[in-house]
Ligand binder design. Structure first.
Ligand code: DC
Length: 228
């Protein structure tokens, strides 16, 4: 991976769904003056593209072929959010649709899709100071990053957080339904053959069960001061 001279090293953050990686990672990156990259959006982009092209997402070969011909780029909005452009169109607003949620685990499990995304993530890391969040950043994408963080919380805590978000949006969903779906996603992410979710051997595990959003951000800043 090319190194940018004098640049501070990349920081890897991994963890399960709704562990706060994206929101905490973005606030943390902004506090330390780093770029932020949510790699989940890249797998979501490959999924959106496949679905739009009528690809059967259970057919790995077709999913891989669609990803190979997809022209995409990741840019940043003024507020530091990632924007994804596919074949010239900004598709960001579609990436958290139910259609994408339902299909993304199958697409992210395809080895060729992962190769394409990992290559682009490593290229972006080579451009310099970046906080990259995902499932395999410490284990596969940036195994040499000197600071690897694994954010976690119990499935119940994460389900309660997601439930609160739904209530705030005015959507009624039972907590137990969210909890079951969370447990299924955890199992799918951690038991897949390609790059399963797990902390890197040298990752620092931050358990966020009893921490507020601001406390997690402060904790990560302490780690930067200690490790980098
Ligand atoms: O973090 P998220 O929910 O936006 O991730 C979407 C999907 O992509 C989820 O199935 C996990 C997968 N993913 C992955 O396999 N590797 C990453 N580095 C990031 C996300």
């Amino acid at each position: 991976m090319p190194e940018t001279s004098n640049a501070r090293p990349p920081i890897a953050i991994d963890g399960p769904a709704v562990s706060g990686k994206s929101s905490v990672g973005k606030a943390f990156a902004s506090r330390i003056g780093y770029r932020f990259l949510d790699t989940g959006l890249m797998y979501r982009a490959a999924t959106w593209n496949a679905v739009q092209n009528g690809v059967d997402v259970s057919d790995a070969q077709s999913v891989a072929a669609a990803a190979e011909t997809m022209e995409f780029s990741v840019t940043d909005s003024e507020s530091g959010d990632n924007l994804i452009v596919i074949n010239g169109e900004d598709v960001t607003k579609h990436l958290h649709s139910i259609q994408v949620d339902d299909a993304v685990s199958s697409v992210a499990a395809v080895g060729r899709v992962r190769e394409i995304m990992v290559a682009e993530q490593q290229r972006l890391a080579g451009e310099g100071e970046i906080v990259m969040v995902g499932r395999d950043i410490g284990t596969v994408v940036l195994p040499d990053a000197p600071l690897k963080i694994y954010l976690t919380a119990t499935a119940r805590t994460r389900a309660i957080r997601r439930h609160r978000d739904f209530i705030a949006e005015g959507t009624e969903v039972e907590l137990e339904v969210i909890l079951r779906s969370m447990e299924q996603r955890d199992l799918a992410d951690s038991s897949r053959e390609n790059s399963p979710l797990r902390p890197a051997d040298d990752a620092l595990v931050v358990d966020t069960d009893d921490l507020s959003f601001d406390e997690v951000v402060e904790k990560l800043i302490e780690l930067v001061e200690e490790v980098l």
